[in-house]
Design a protein around this ligand. Structure first.
Ligand SMILES: *Cc1c(COP(=O)(O)O)cnc(C)c1O
Length: 469
């Protein structure tokens, strides 16, 4: 399988190279040159497979030529073996034909484990074969950092540096990062905000001389392997609800358009999906596009669903590429306009095409809390604020009551106690068994000033299993 850039000017890569790449050299994002397509009979024959076996069948075409089948199977069995629920991604019924797909039974209790547990293992496998080492430098406001550290903690060939804003992530989220020890794991608290952290990561990708030749790898959802891993659970859910003989709809709490883009790909690979609902919080650039064909940046708002607090949606470029007939020059033009502060609309027929599949809703904090309270009262299920936004959007935007509606449950409520408390639900939140002593564990973290040179010096001093590069 070959991968091409959404801006048309970068060289095509194979899976191994795309795994190790960040942005393409032309500033675009990598996508498969040709998407695999499965027949209905083929998909139907996968009913009842355990998660890791289904994962093998769905992802195999993407890694062909880079990873032999037997090795890939083994990696997948290990990856999904660490999840605490036997079903890996269990479906829970809320109402007639309304389901939550629980994606929070991984080590860090959020859906990012599905991709990052796999990414860490794939990196190590590929690097071992090539006799190389890499460094990861990533920024986090919470979920990505802990999932990336958990995913890479056993990697022999990866050193990981995660930057978080000092004193600005919740205690649970901080402890999920700082209580994991290893000579290749480095938590850095920056005396600044999340944007400062992200800027430093971007600047480090732009000029990698401080790494003395070691390669820098991206762990955010610009990395293709993350999107790839998320395609699987759309098939898994649909197969349990009568697919592919029957079509299914999904509502996806989204920020960077990564998770929902995976759903779009599942459909293009042959899975009958009737409707995809983009569920955002008050940071609603995607909702403004889907409802009014305006893709325009606005100021950032802090919300009760912080993992979706974004101003721009990086993966949206991958959808735009398809909507424009995969014309890289057109995408480069749109992105230039956007960068100059213009924002843009797309031609009417392209927007209409998108709206055949996508609907959207923006849900504010008050509605989020109302939904948590309402669902708890109706069903006894306690939702995290991100999932609650998905439920609200599903109920408002649903096209047909006859088609099963699956809401992606992106996090465990214990990660977001503020929202649960504000919702007034009188249920004590309990950490799952593997994290029950989280508040007693020792922490390890280095506080650094908001200064790029200081951070880069730290990375080059510690980037080789704690020793200098
Ligand atoms: C990252 C995250 C999201 C948003 O996912 P995208 O792929 O950026 O759309 C939603 N919910 C939770 C809990 C997350 O951690």
């Amino acid at each position: 399988m070959r991968y091409i850039s959404t801006r048309g000017q970068a060289p095509a890569l194979n899976f191994e190279d795309v795994l190790l790449a960040g942005l393409a050299t032309d500033g675009g994002l990598y996508v498969p040159e040709n998407l695999p397509r499965f027949t209905q009979e083929e998909i139907a024959s996968w009913a009842g497979l355990p998660y890791h076996e289904l994962a093998f069948r769905v992802m195999r075409p993407f890694v062909t030529g880079s990873i032999p089948d037997a090795d890939f199977k083994k990696i997948l069995e290990e990856t999904y073996g660490v999840f605490s629920h036997n079903a890996v991604a269990p479906l829970r019924q809320l109402n007639g034909n309304e389901w939550v797909l629980e994606l929070f039974h991984g080590p860090t209790l959020a859906f990012k484990d599905f991709a990052l547990q796999l990414l860490g293992r794939l990196l190590d496998y590929v690097l071992e074969k090539r006799g190389e080492r890499v460094v990861i430098v990533g920024a986090t406001s919470g979920d990505t950092g802990s999932a990336a550290i958990e995913g890479c903690k056993h990697c022999e060939n990866v050193d990981i540096f995660i930057l978080h804003p000092h004193n600005r992530v919740s205690e649970v989220q901080r402890r999920q990062m700082t209580t994991i020890f290893g000579e290749n794991i480095h938590n850095i608290a920056i005396e600044g905000n999340f944007d400062d952290c992200q800027e430093m990561v971007k600047a480090s990708f732009a000029d990698q001389s401080f790494l003395k030749g070691t390669r820098l790898v991206a762990v955010n959802s610009i990395n293709w392997a993350r999107i790839m891993a998320q395609i699987v659970y759309y098939f898994y859910a649909a197969l349990q609800l009568g697919g592919p003989a029957r079509s299914v709809s999904f509502s996806v709490p989204t920020g960077n358009f990564g998770d929902i883009f995976a759903g779009y790909l599942a459909r293009n690979m042959g899975l009958p999906i009737n409707q995809l609902i983009v569920a955002t919080n008050r940071n609603d650039i995607l909702h403004r596009f889907m409802s009014g064909n305006q893709y325009v940046k606005e100021t950032l708002h802090a919300t009760l669903s912080p993992s979706m607090d974004i101003m721009v949606s990086s993966n949206f470029e991958r959808l735009l590429f398809d909507l424009h007939g995969r014309n890289g020059a057109a995408i480069a033009g749109l992105m230039d306009t956007f960068k100059q502060g213009g924002g843009f609309s797309v031609e009417q027929e392209r927007w209409t095409e998108a709206r055949k599949l996508f609907d959207s809703l923006a849900v504010d904090d008050a509605q989020t809390c109302e939904t948590i309270a309402e669902v708890f009262e109706q069903t006894g299920e306690l939702l995290d604020p991100h999932t609650a936004i998905g439920v609200k959007a599903a109920r408002e935007c649903r096209r047909s009551l006859d088609i099963p509606m699956v809401i992606l449950g992106t996090a465990h409520p214990v990660k977001f106690p503020d929202a649960v408390e504000k919702a007034g639900v009188g249920k004590a939140l309990e950490l799952p068994a593997h994290l029950s002593d989280l508040f007693e564990r020792d922490e390890r973290c280095t506080v650094l000033p908001n200064d790029l040179k200081a951070v880069q010096a730290f990375v080059s001093q510690h980037g080789n299993r704690g020793k200098p590069l």
